[in-house]
Design a protein around this ligand. Structure first.
Ligand code: EPZ
Length: 537
């Protein structure tokens, strides 16, 4: 039933001509010497025509980063609506953040399209890049050269004249992905000092595998006082090496991959992460003149290049955003499409959605359609275990748990990637979900609706799609926020979801896109009183 469409390649390249000169220029600049210009012009570059039109408003960016969007707002969700139409999928957050960090490796301007520019995390990454002297220009959606409005924003980053190897600590601390700037700065400048991102609601999130990987490439790395300080061996270049990762960490794979791209000799990363976002990073590095082989497998081979140049690149669509909207369709018994999407990036998610009785198929190029179980059947429960790719993604586990809370039968959900990613269980419990947590697993006893909404005698307009009821719930992280909103779509009555700022970190216009599908979701300013809500101005 499910298609396995391959993704077209999406890059224009011109990298690597600058060699030692380019790196010397960057190093000089970052270490404060006036030589920054020396690297300019080295390495051919391709400029995304027009992408750089809009002048950067650094002050506005800083202001936007200071007060998280969504803080103090609430999503009011009224359950029972049927969804229809096609949800537009933005560029992948977890790829765009890595590509923006990797642009620091390049001795030429890079233009990255389909960057989900409205995400708070992207705003913060931009601030991190600008704090080390990179020039970032964001073009309006559909900038000249982009292949259409849905291509999103084009970000052009010019990191030829870096001025520092120590990104702004405040911005770094509020964005976990900023750890991804450590390797590019180290490889390009010969040293780097990055604040430790610290833990978050879903786990301690150590960076020991990143550090061990960089040490294997010859770097001196010290972690103290909440900061990682790294220095390349004398002479300035890292050395290729064989690196085995104890766990196929996405971040650690990306760190070693970026460091190896400018290292002397060849690096082998074994037990590497195989996520599509890692593959996208490898494609980007190759577009900029790098030599990466084996992306998408557990063994990466990287032949270091003297330097990387500029390129144009388009980020893959966000498989987690697509999976979230498909799950919203399933738990509201709705037929909905999502596009653009690369179906083969969602194999495990689609398999689980089909196990619940839904059908998923292609209904156009890079477009998937989900239809609910036929003949008025209720959603069936299905066990799920989160695993590194190509296993079921941990970033879809909370949303799928919300679906299971309204399905027929019981299912076991196991979280094996993060040690503390079942916080949504308690919040779903406020909505009447029947869950029993035991360590990193939770048993979900589904509460299905009496009958499938819209079927005779059943729910439908105003009828609930599950046995859950509306409540005030609070999200402490991004995917939890999405899961609670979805549960509200299927519940009887009204749900108020706080912690919207978390949702805005990873979903562009989440509530707008849901409303466009027919959901009754409103974004309200939280007033001083518990239920004192009003629409934002
Ligand atoms: C990336 O995080 C994603 N974030 C996460 O998405 C995603 O959940 C995760 O990969 C897994 O798919 C970005 O890409 C920005 P890991 P990352 O390193 O790189 C442990 C979302 O919702 N570990 O693969 O931080 C770690 O503690 C976010 O969009 C070490 O022990 O994930 C975790 O338990 C959330 N030591 C496990 O590995 C290390 O040095 C997986 O982490 C590194 C990781």
């Amino acid at each position: 039933m499910r298609p396995g469409a391959g993704g077209g390649r999406r890059a224009g390249a011109a990298g690597g001509a600058g060699g030692a000169r380019g790196r010397a220029g960057a190093r000089a600049g970052a270490q404060g010497a006036a030589g920054a210009g020396a690297g300019a012009g080295a390495g051919a570059r391709a400029r995304a025509s027009g992408a750089g039109a809009a002048a950067p408003e650094v002050a506005a960016v800083a202001a936007a980063a200071a007060v998280p969007a969504g803080r103090g707002q609430v999503l009011r969700v009224r359950g029972g609506a049927r969804l229809e139409g096609c949800a537009p999928v933005s560029g992948a957050k977890n790829s765009a953040l890595a590509l923006l960090a990797a642009s620091l490796l390049c001795d030429g301007e890079v233009c990255i399209r389909r960057v989900p520019a409205r995400l708070r995390d992207v705003t913060l990454m931009r601030q991190v890049l600008e704090s080390v002297g990179a020039r970032v220009q964001a073009g309006a959606p559909g900038a000249p050269g982009a292949q259409g409005a849905e291509e999103g924003h084009a970000f052009c980053v010019d990191a030829r004249a870096l001025t520092s190897a120590r990104p702004d600590a405040a911005a770094v601390r509020s964005l976990r992905a900023s750890i991804l700037t450590l390797a590019p700065l180290l490889a390009r400048v010969g040293e780097a000092e990055v604040a430790l991102p610290g833990g978050c609601a879903i786990g301690a999130r150590p960076v020991d595998l990143h550090v061990r990987g960089l040490r294997a490439l010859g770097a001196e790395v010290e972690v103290s006082g909440g900061t990682v300080r790294a220095r390349a061996p004398a002479g300035g270049r890292l050395r290729g090496a064989r690196v085995y990762l104890d766990f196929p960490s996405v971040g650690a794979t990306e760190t070693v991959l970026m460091a190896a791209a400018l290292a002397e000799g060849t690096t082998l990363i074994e037990n590497a992460a195989q996520e599509p976002e890692v593959e996208d990073l490898a494609d980007f590095l190759n577009a900029a003149g790098g030599h990466v082989a084996g992306a998408g497998t557990s063994t990466l081979e990287i032949r270091g290049a003297p330097s990387l140049g500029g390129c144009e690149f388009t980020v893959i669509p966000d498989r987690i955003e697509a999976g979230t909207f498909l799950t919203a369709a399933a738990l509201t018994y709705s037929a909905v499409s999502v596009a653009p999407v690369m179906p083969n990036h969602l194999t495990a998610v689609l398999a689980k959605l089909e196990a619940t009785g839904c059908q998923v198929g292609l209904d156009g190029p890079m477009r998937l359609r989900l239809v609910p179980p036929p003949g008025g059947e209720l959603l069936r429960a299905a066990d799920v275990t989160s695993l590194p790719y190509p296993g079921f993604p941990t970033d879809m586990q909370p949303q799928f748990t919300a679906l299971l809370a309204g399905a027929q039968g019981s299912a076991l959900v196991r979280e094996t990637v993060f040690e503390n990613r079942l916080g949504h269980a308690a919040e779903l419990g406020r909505m009447g979900a029947q869950l029993r947590q035991d360590g990193s697993a939770v048993m979900v006893e589904g509460r299905p609706p009496a009958r499938v909404p819209g079927q005779s005698g059943g729910g439908g307009a105003g009828g609930a799609h599950s046995g859950l009821w509306g409540a005030s719930v609070s999200a402490r992280n991004l995917r939890e926020g999405a899961a609670l909103t979805l549960a509200g779509l299927a519940a009887e009555g009204e749900t108020l979801v706080t912690g919207v700022e978390h949702i805005d970190r990873g979903y562009e216009g989440f509530d707008e896109k849901l409303r466009a599908l027919g959901a009754d979701v409103a974004r309200l300013e939280a007033g001083p009183g518990p239920l004192d809500m009003k629409r934002p101005a």
